[in-house]
Design a protein around this ligand. Structure first.
Ligand SMILES: *Cc1c(COP(=O)(O)O)cnc(C)c1O
Length: 403
């Protein structure tokens, strides 16, 4: 059987695990251990010198974590993967790996709030600067490249505006100029989009979201196109900064990941139902969803994404007050940050995830006060629509009495 031909739906269940090496255990065992005993002193010496492969200490590798890493590398069409204690640990580790003091990073116009915070720290402490650009044309990207530019950091769809970045275009420009491309692929999951196929060097995930899918773990994963580069990162930044994933979190992620393809199909189906519903609402001003037929970037969505996924953003009438009234009128849908869980979650980026971004930058990213982000869960779509409907009724009432 040609294993490289297996579908993602199969890889999430089998890749990287050989039960004959684990007493026939169907479930991947949890190796909850900090260290490993050597049979002899000589064996210990050989493990440390690299002459013999094998476990040494769990910050340098753990069997449960390694199975998750191998599975992720296969799912993202990469050559290797590393597991981290959070999505931000994956973001900071790859950026520390790629930069030195004085370097420059080009970023997509919108990035995760804490990634924006990290870039501020890098600027202040190491004079590593960054430019936020829209990346819509080759000329615009080339104009932003400086002699000290080392990498292009991309989110697509961009959180929370769902704006897309053309991965093929960005990777082509980067290759021409010898720049590394890093893609935060959290919003789509490895099931719907694979940036390495377009030439990205690193793909990272907040595994807290769709990969785990059950809202009970904080974790990060980084996949690399090049096995040597991943090994180098593992033995430097990951080993010495030490932001590793715990074996128990890896075990939970292995469990959650098995249903990721099934979940992504359902998230998407529910999101499409909600999209159609929102389009009929008078108090909705704008809707942002990659596979919306009126999305001007629909051609990019169709080229690089398998489906639209579970995130929809929209603006409501009434600015910040309207948005907060709407949220407070929900009952089934939870007011919470994070995304990709079974539960449908709504958040208000201007006062929550992006509240730390200065207002001018935030507005430049397209995050208005009236913008709401919905992470569509796995409940029945009719129940979600009924909940949204009661919130729109409350909003209508507010604006008719105030009119
Ligand atoms: C949540 C998130 C992160 C950060 O991940 P943590 O697991 O919370 O550290 C990074 N990027 C995106 C797009 C996210 O949604």
């Amino acid at each position: 059987m040609n294993k490289s031909k297996l579908h993602k739906d199969t890889l999430v269940i089998h890749e990287g695990y050989d039960d004959t090496q684990h007493h026939g255990s169907l479930a991947v065992p949890l190796y909850q251990t900090s260290t490993y005993s050597f049979e002899t002193a000589e064996q210990g010496e050989k493990r440390f010198s690299g002459e013999e492969a094998g476990n040494i200490y769990s910050r340098l590798g753990n069997p449960t974590v390694r199975i998750l890493e191998e599975r992720m590398a296969a799912l993202e069409n990469g050559a290797g993967a590393l597991a981290f204690g959070s999505g931000m640990a994956a973001v900071s580790s790859v950026l520390v790996h790629l930069t030195k003091a004085g370097d420059h990073i080009i970023c997509s116009r919108g990035i995760y709030g804490c990634t924006f915070g990290l870039l501020g720290i890098m600027k202040e402490k190491y004079n590593i600067s960054h430019s936020l650009i829209s990346m819509t044309t080759e000329e615009e990207i080339e104009k932003a490249i400086r002699p000290e530019t080392v990498c292009i950091y991309v989110e697509t769809p961009i959180n929370p505006t769902m704006e897309l970045v053309d991965l093929k275009l960005v990777c082509e420009v980067a290759r021409k100029h010898g720049l590394a491309v890093v893609v935060d692929n959290t919003f789509t999951s490895p099931y719907l989009q694979n940036p390495i196929d377009y030439g990205a060097d690193f793909v990272l995930h907040s595994a807290t979201k769709y990969i785990n899918g059950h809202g009970d773990v904080i974790a990060g994963l980084l996949v690399g196109k090049d096995a040597e580069e991943i090994q180098k990162l593992k033995m430097t930044v990951q080993k010495d900064y030490g932001a590793i994933m715990s074996p128990f979190d890896a075990w939970l992620l292995i469990r959650g990941l098995k249903t990721m393809p099934v979940r992504m199909e359902r998230h998407t189906a529910n999101a499409e139902r909600i999209l159609a519903y929102l389009k009929g609402q008078k108090l909705v001003e704008n809707i942002f969803y990659p596979f919306d037929q009126s999305n001007p970037q629909l051609n990019i969505a169709k080229r690089q994404m398998k489906a639209g996924g579970g995130l929809i953003s929209f603006t409501v009438k009434g600015g910040k007050e309207g948005a907060q009234t709407f949220m407070d009128s929900l009952s089934l849908i939870k007011i919470a940050v994070s995304l990709g869980d079974a539960e449908t979650l709504m958040q208000h980026p201007a006062t929550m995830t992006h509240s730390g971004v200065p207002e001018a930058d935030r507005l430049q990213m397209g995050i208005e006060d009236s913008l709401l982000r919905l992470s569509v869960g796995l409940e029945h779509a009719d129940d979600l629509i009924a909940d949204l409907d009661s919130a729109f009724s409350a909003l209508t009432q507010k604006y008719s009495t105030h009119a």
